[in-house]
Design a protein around this ligand. Structure first.
Ligand code: KIV
Length: 296
């Protein structure tokens, strides 16, 4: 029996090719089957099952509350919908910090849930060891530098990073170490455009920017931001392409009115018994009534 590995149309090699040819890489987050299916059909290169799910889907105030169990559930749903693009799953807070062994085991769990790569934040010696061991084990890794949401409490809030030449150089050095460790791509979040350009030009692997200006090799945005669904906070760098917020509210309020005024459900939206069963029902009711009157 011949067994052929089923690779997606978009692979880590596509990312490298796009960097070399200067074609932009497009990435969007998604957390559910239908959104992943639509984004995939629209032609996006990659879907990130981001731990931003914690805020935009689960309603937490940061990504810190997201668990491995959550990520496995959302990654499985997305990969059932995304047939051609590359699905990257975020490793959640504390799923890769305690030990390299535990990190590789958790990364493997996300790959078994259907992801084609995992993403993790930072570039400490420990993180670099995790990256090396994952890649050695056959798990492609995306790095994440600049503003790293899982370090929110250490960074002291949602702050632009790399705001000086020295800090930009420091992030480039981190990115070079991730590249050396085997990461195939690095996300740069909330850094000045000039810093992101400098980092991008000095790396062989592609950069994907979010709030990092125009010169990264690709762009990523959060689905709920581009769809206008998440309204608790609007980042300066996010562009809204739809206003699902008001569409959802309008649909729900129309439904409520239709139920209240009796126009839902209509004849087209109900099931019927056949005539014989209707007659039988009538007969049952009449028999019950006459039995009740005899017993009086
Ligand atoms: O979780 C997420 O959505 C992310 C993006 C901000 C890149 O990591």
């Amino acid at each position: 029996m011949s067994v052929e590995a089923k690779l997606k149309d978009i692979t880590v090699s596509t990312f490298a090719k796009k960097k070399n040819s200067g074609e932009k890489i497009t990435m969007l987050t998604a957390y559910d089957y239908s959104t992943a299916k639509y984004f995939d059909e629209a032609g996006v290169d990659s879907i990130l099952v981001g731990d931003s799910v914690g805020m935009v889907v689960l309603g937490y105030d940061s990504t810190i509350h997201v668990t491995m169990e959550d990520m496995v559930t959302f990654t499985s749903a997305v990969t059932r919908g995304a047939k051609r693009c590359l699905v990257v799953a975020d490793m959640p807070f504390m799923s890769y910090h305690a030990s390299v062994e535990e990190a590789v085991k958790n990364a493997g769990m996300l790959m078994r849930s259907g992801a084609s790569a995992v993403k993790l934040e930072g570039a400490t010696d420990h993180i670099l060891n995790v990256v090396k061991r994952c890649v050695e084990s056959g798990i492609p890794v995306v790095g994440h530098l600049g503003f790293t949401p899982q370090y929110l409490n250490v960074l002291g809030g949602y702050k632009i990073q790399a705001k000086s030449a020295q800090k930009t150089e420091f992030i480039l050095q981190q990115a070079l170490k991730l590249q050396e460790a085997g990461a195939f791509c690095v996300v740069l979040e909330m850094v000045p455009e000039e810093s992101a350009k400098y980092i991008t030009e000095n790396l062989n692997i592609p950069t994907i920017g979010i709030g990092a200006g125009r010169y990264t090799d690709g762009q990523v945005l959060v689905a709920d931001d581009i769809l206008g669904k998440y309204s608790d906070f609007k980042p300066k760098f996010a562009r809204k392409y739809a206003n699902l917020n008001s569409i959802i509210k309008e649909a729900a309020s129309n439904y409520i009115s239709d139920v209240n005024n009796g126009t839902f459900p209509s004849e087209d939206e109900v099931f019927h018994l056949d005539e014989a069963s209707c007659n039988e029902l009538r007969f049952l009711r009449e028999a019950e009534k006459s039995e009740l009157s005899c017993n009086k």
